[in-house]
Design a binder for this molecule. Structure first.
Ligand SMILES: Cc1ncc(COP(=O)(O)O)c(C=O)c1O
Length: 410
């Protein structure tokens, strides 16, 4: 029987972070237990549960029957609380500027739908979180990477950015703190970026700040709070800093300092209405997170930072690995310095998985050019698990170094 083809759009989609789960699941089905350092989901690791007052508010909403649709742009009380939170971060956000979505992921899809046409470009950091490459092409646009400097803390390369700006660049993506590198752009970086972007009136800055509460540098600042001329769409939500990724609640907040987004806003609102709304009880759970005590966050960040420090000190001792210190989020982007792996990070990931049952993500999945020779590691597991994982990575590297030098290559 003839097969019915899927669309080209769908067959072009790759999501490295979950693609490597397929062989891991197969090993698990054969009875092996895998140390998973691949998915940025804090709930998958011990000691970082969703705060109970948020869970209680969500479950109370369910039991009180708040199970209907919400308004398409989000519950008014949640939009108000988010606007207050963004205002606290330094810009004048109003509830009408906030649109609640099923995670930042849905917000991004809606932004791409509302702004991109055939021939448009999106400038995104290389390496970057994969959907920034995967989705724009569905709308006929192309994602071009600007360089994050791999030997300089993965900081922005402004010369590269400047050389790639043109009238077709409709969206510029800043992920801050960054996934997968953990780098943080401070106010002087963002000021310099804004001074480039303001020369290009067709361009909107997407400020993906979903990890903003996981900033170990103290330098993180909201991009919207610094912009007086460039329109900014701030992305954030409940997944990372509020430790509830499975709730699928996030938002975009529009900062439109020179009123250039009137028609984009209309487009966004039309799409938002056509997809009905985000989950009502989950929005109530997020509201509790925003309105109630947030002192718990400090302890959570301390725990994450301690786990980062363990990884840094282990990597410093292991031959074959190098890393730039991540200043935020919960990822590190580790360089493979052995010749055997520096040109084949995917082989490293798959062989490490099969031989040592440790799962990380290949760097080339975050950028074929700028991520190759690296892997991304999530530093959320407890210290004991991290130490076991590093012991196994070390054993693996040593074994293959010996094999490689014996045979020159294999
Ligand atoms: C930079 C970045 N943006 C967005 C997301 C997804 O956010 P959400 O869970 O709100 O869809 C992730 C998830 O890993 C991410 O790393």
């Amino acid at each position: 029987m003839a097969e019915i083809p899927s669309s080209k759009r769908a067959s072009n989609i790759e999501y490295a972070i979950r693609d490597v789960v397929v062989p891991a699941t197969e090993l698990e089905s054969q009875g092996h237990s895998i140390i998973k350092l691949n998915i940025g989901d804090p709930i998958a690791y011990p000691g970082l549960p969703t705060p109970s007052h948020m869970v209680d508010a969500f479950s109370k909403a369910l039991s009180e029957g708040r199970n209907g649709y919400s308004p398409s742009y989000g519950l008014p009380e949640l939009r108000t609380a988010i606007a207050q939170d963004e205002t606290r971060k330094g810009w004048n956000a109003q509830p009408k500027d906030v649109y609640v979505c099923h995670g930042v992921t849905e917000a991004l899809q809606i932004v791409f739908q509302a702004t991109l046409e055939e021939g448009h470009q999106v400038l995104a950091p290389g390496p970057h979180y994969p959907p920034y490459m995967a989705y724009p092409q569905m709308y006929g646009a192309e994602t071009i990477e600007y360089e994050l400097k791999s030997n300089d803390g993965w900081t922005l390369n402004f010369e590269d950015i400047e050389s790639k700006m043109n009238d077709d660049v409709r969206l510029f993506v800043l992920i801050n703190p960054n996934n997968p590198t953990g780098s943080v752009a401070g106010s002087s970086d963002i000021d310099r970026l804004l001074s480039i972007l303001e020369k290009w009136p067709n361009c909107i800055l997407i400020a993906d700040e979903i990890y903003d509460g996981l900033d170990f540098s103290g330098r993180h600042v909201s991009a919207a709070s610094l912009s007086h001329t460039v329109p900014v769409l701030t992305m954030n939500g409940v997944s990372k800093v509020y430790y509830a990724p499975g709730w699928r609640i996030g938002y975009m907040a529009i900062h439109d300092p020179i009123l250039s987004l009137v028609s984009v806003r209309d487009g966004l609102e039309r799409i938002l209405r056509s997809r009905l709304c985000a989950s009502t009880p989950a929005q109530i759970g997020f509201l509790a997170g925003l309105e109630q005590d947030r002192s718990w966050m400090k302890q959570y960040s301390e725990t994450v930072k301690e786990r980062r420090d363990v990884c840094l000190s282990r990597i410093a001792e292991i031959e074959g690995l190098e890393v730039q210190n991540p200043e935020g989020a919960f990822y590190m982007f580790v360089k493979l310095t052995d010749e055997r792996w520096s040109n084949d990070d995917k082989a490293f990931v798959l062989q490490l998985l099969h031989e040592q049952h440790v799962l990380v993500v290949h760097g080339s999945g975050f950028s074929s050019e700028k991520g190759k020779g690296h892997f991304r590691l999530v530093f959320l597991p407890d210290v004991e698990t991290l130490n076991i994982a590093f012991d196994r990575i070390d054993t693996f590297l040593q074994k293959h170094r010996i094999l490689y030098t014996k045979t020159a290559k294999y």
